[in-house]
Write a protein that binds this ligand. Structure first.
Ligand code: 3HC
Length: 723
């Protein structure tokens, strides 16, 4: 097939024209592909030797949907957009669905977004059991724009279609068949032939010729439909109050039900166009590509290295982190040796893995059989005897430098010479940990986030000595255990915790200055954080927060605010959620209630700090509070970039979303910062430095970019010193 041809038309002796979509890697629907689809259709409709049409995708993938990489060009005005409704109405409704010849979609692999919408415009759909069908457009800040909001409810009913669209959740071929979205399930080998026969059967009136757009049998009666839509609106607002596009999606569906599908198509087309230009869409598309870019690492993944096979993993420490990591590993079928120092701790560790897996069984995410299989992969040990054939060790013991140094020198003795020696430390400099070993090139960080089997981020840390092969291997393990990896350089706190630290630090500072704990948390959650800094401190536990604070104090004394609030509260047996009391009270399961009792600690902390409460702070709006909490985070993110700890700004966006819970629809911390502008951020930090001191001092990277008007995310030309 010539590179320019985007669909291929092949007419068989049976009179069926097979149109194959071809646009690797996922057969996305660029405007070129869509034009070519229209031309292929017109040709098939013109030709007398064609009775019926089959649409399919090349290479076992129907289509991954509209070409997301073209969004930027359209948003920036560099690419011309087709007129409103051209694709959904002119091509898919008036050419494909209204054709005088029947068409059948043959779906293998993916039929997502626009891909599924093309398939739904056909008169029947044949799929393989493993095919994925869905309308995930909302996760990109848009709504389905090729008729999906109208056809999906008519094929599977309102409730199921809302679930699929609002949660951007694809379904497998089997479920699609049960729901009626797919007419038959066949193996990949039989797919196109079955679809050909089906198309001929429709042509010869042996099967019904169905136009999805005008189906009504699956639609709930109007009154019931309105109730379902009302409930969906309430749910959408509850889940993401800052998001507008889910509500637009519901409105568009409603229009089709109330005013008819053609009116629905028009409303869909105009709304799609508007949403494409929204900040939410720009941010979410940025996140889509940034997430895929995290595993492209200069000096590692561009060297042509193949990941080595990791057959056996050992984990040191069966505490919360170690057992979580072990759970993540066995869930992806890695055999795990779990090492502890005594029987009691080992049993506790294994019990934690069991509990993690059992909770999946209870939620219906895992069968008992899978559970047994996963547990059979865990072997508990008390010494290093069985470490002679492990390929990867992950140390997950307490944050004690001396102990870690001893362990790493033991590991060097007992593990084979190719074995990767990784640590899950969240803050300690890797060069310190590896100080007593010679295996410097095999030492790396594999920093998981708690709970490790749930949280999606994996921070892979490399020192100047870590070999590129080790980075490639860890990226591969990360992919296999379904984590989003970011590769960062070595320093205290690495990238994620370095950014995280000022989040709580600034909040503690404002409390000493007179601001209300709960007001700060509320402003942050309204902004879109899953929890504010104080609720988060409760969750992490004050012990961990204070220990981390000490590491920072040692390494970055000039920008650590020495609040006494956490130590004071710990003295009063308030150490966070685990002790049932922290900044909040915890009575029911995880339910946090504000507690006026904390005032006595706050007053003491304020008097020890010797700061005078600032009455100006009481007048701040929620927007101001968010800026005061997050601008120091941006400042630190800039330092992390400047020092070469992170390779690119978009990695920090992903780190902030997956590691801190920063709202993805704001695009991550650096993307958000650029939407505000370096100049404004710099100005504010300067103002606060004058008023409150050095904690806020803007770093040189931020100052320079603000002065020159360069976006904070623009690539830095500096040599990446740490990588
Ligand atoms: C008008 C319409 O209603 C609007 C739309 O259709 S919007 C698009 C709706 N479709 C989607 O949201 C699907 C987005 N894609 C995905 O979820 C996943 O990529 C996938 C499930 C298709 C494949 O996942 P996976 O096999 O893990 O591969 P993944 O690494 O994600 O993607 C492979 C490559 O295809 C690219 N890609 C995937 N979907 C794409 C799309 N719709 N457009 C352009 N490129 C796409 C990725 O960027 C990646 O490129 P890279 O190799 O250069 O990094």
């Amino acid at each position: 097939m010539a590179a320019k041809v985007r669909t291929e038309l092949d007419v068989g002796a049976d009179g069926v024209a097979v149109i194959t979509i071809y646009n690797p890697p996922v057969n996305s629907l660029s405007i070129d592909v869509l034009h070519s689809l229209k031309e292929s259709y017109e040709e098939a409709l013109r030709r007398n030797d064609v009775k019926a049409i089959v649409v399919t995708g090349k290479g076992g993938k129907f289509s991954g949907g509209f070409d997301i990489s073209s969004f930027g060009g359209v948003q920036g005005g560099q690419t011309m957009q087709p007129k409103v409704g051209y694709i959904a109405i002119d091509i898919l409704t008036d050419t494909v669905e209204a054709a005088t010849k029947p068409s059948v979609a043959a779906i293998d692999g993916l039929a997502l977004g626009g891909g599924l919408e093309v398939a739904m415009a056909c008169h029947a759909r044949i799929a393989t059991p493993t095919a994925q069908l869905g309308l995930p457009e909302l996760q990109l800040g848009i709504i389905p724009g090729f008729g999906g909001t109208q056809r999906l409810p008519r094929l599977v009913g309102l409730t199921k279609s809302l679930e699929m669209m609002l949660l951007s959740k694809p379904i497998k071929g089997g479920e699609a068949h049960q729901l009626g979205l797919v007419d038959a399930l066949v193996s990949p080998n039989d797919l196109v032939n079955t679809a050909r026969q089906w198309a001929l059967d429709i042509y010869e009136c042996r099967r019904p010729w169905i136009k999805s757009l005008y189906k009504t049998d699956k639609l709930e009666p109007l009154g019931e439909a309105r109730e379902i839509l009302k409930f969906a609106r309430a749910q959408a607002q509850k889940q993401a109050a800052n998001l507008h596009h889910p509500l637009v999606c519901i409105d568009v569906i409603e229009e089709g039900i109330v005013a008819g599908p053609r009116a629905g198509l028009w409303k869909e087309a105009t709304s799609f166009q508007e949403l494409l230009f929204s900040d939410t869409c720009k941010s979410l598309v940025h996140v889509f590509f940034s997430q895929r870019a995290t595993s492209k690492i200069p000096g590692a993944t561009d060297l042509g290295l193949m990941p080595r096979k990791i057959t056996k993993v050992a984990i040191l420490g069966g505490g919360l982190m170690g057992s979580g990591i072990a759970t993540a590993m066995v869930l992806s079928n890695y055999p795990v040796l779990l090492k502890e120092v005594n029987e009691k701790f080992l049993t506790a560790g294994i019990n934690r893995i069991q509990a993690n897996l059992q909770s999946r069984v209870k939620k219906g995410k895992m069968t008992e059989e899978r559970y047994e299989k996963a547990m059979s992969l865990v072997t508990g040990v008390l010494d290093y005897e069985r470490f002679k054939d492990v390929d990867l060790v992950i140390e997950a013991i307490i944050e004690n430098v001396k102990l870690k140094q001893q362990i790493f020198s033991d590991l060097e003795k007992y593990c084979p010479s190719h074995c990767i020696l990784a640590t899950n430390t969240s803050t300690i400099d890797l060069n310190l940990i590896g100080e007593k070993t010679k295996a410097q090139d095999r030492i790396a960080g594999a920093h998981f986030f708690s709970p490790a089997h749930v949280m999606p981020l994996l921070e892979i840390v490399r020192t100047q000595h870590t070999s590129p092969q080790v980075v490639v291997d860890l990226l591969d393990v990360g992919k296999k255990i379904k984590k989003t990896p970011i590769v960062v350089g070595n320093c205290t706190g690495f990238a994620v915790n370095r950014m995280f630290f000022p989040y709580t630090q600034s909040a503690l500072f404002y409390v000493d200055l007179g601001m209300d704990v709960y007001k700060i948390d509320r402003a942050c959650t309204k902004f879109g954080m899953p929890m504010g800094p104080f609720r988060l401190a409760d969750l992490v536990g004050f012990g961990v927060a204070v220990a981390t604070g000490m590491q920072y104090l040692e390494n970055f004394p000039e920008r650590v605010y020495k609040s006494m609030l956490l130590p004071l509260m710990m003295e009063g047996n308030r150490a966070g959620e685990a002790t049932q009391k922290g900044f909040y009270k915890y009575e029911g399961k995880r339910k946090a209630t504000p507690d006026p009792e904390i005032m006595k600690y706050i007053e003491k902390s304020r008097s020890m700090a010797g700061v005078t409460p600032d009455p100006e702070l009481m007048k701040l709006s929620e927007k101001d509070i968010v800026e005061m909490v997050f601008f120091p985070v941006i400042n630190e993110a800039c330092r992390v970039l400047d020092e070469g700890i992170a390779v690119k700004a978009s990695d920090l966006d992903i780190a902030s979303i997956f590691g801190m819970g920063f709202p993805p629809y704001r695009g991550g911390v650096m993307h958000w910062a650029d939407s505000i502008g370096a100049k404004y951020i710099h100005g504010k930090l300067e103002e606060w430095t004058k008023r409150y001191g050095g904690f806020f001092k803007p770093c040189s990277y931020l100052a320079e970019r603000a002065a020159k008007g360069i976006p904070l995310s623009a690539p830095t030309k500096k040599v990446q010193a740490r990588l």
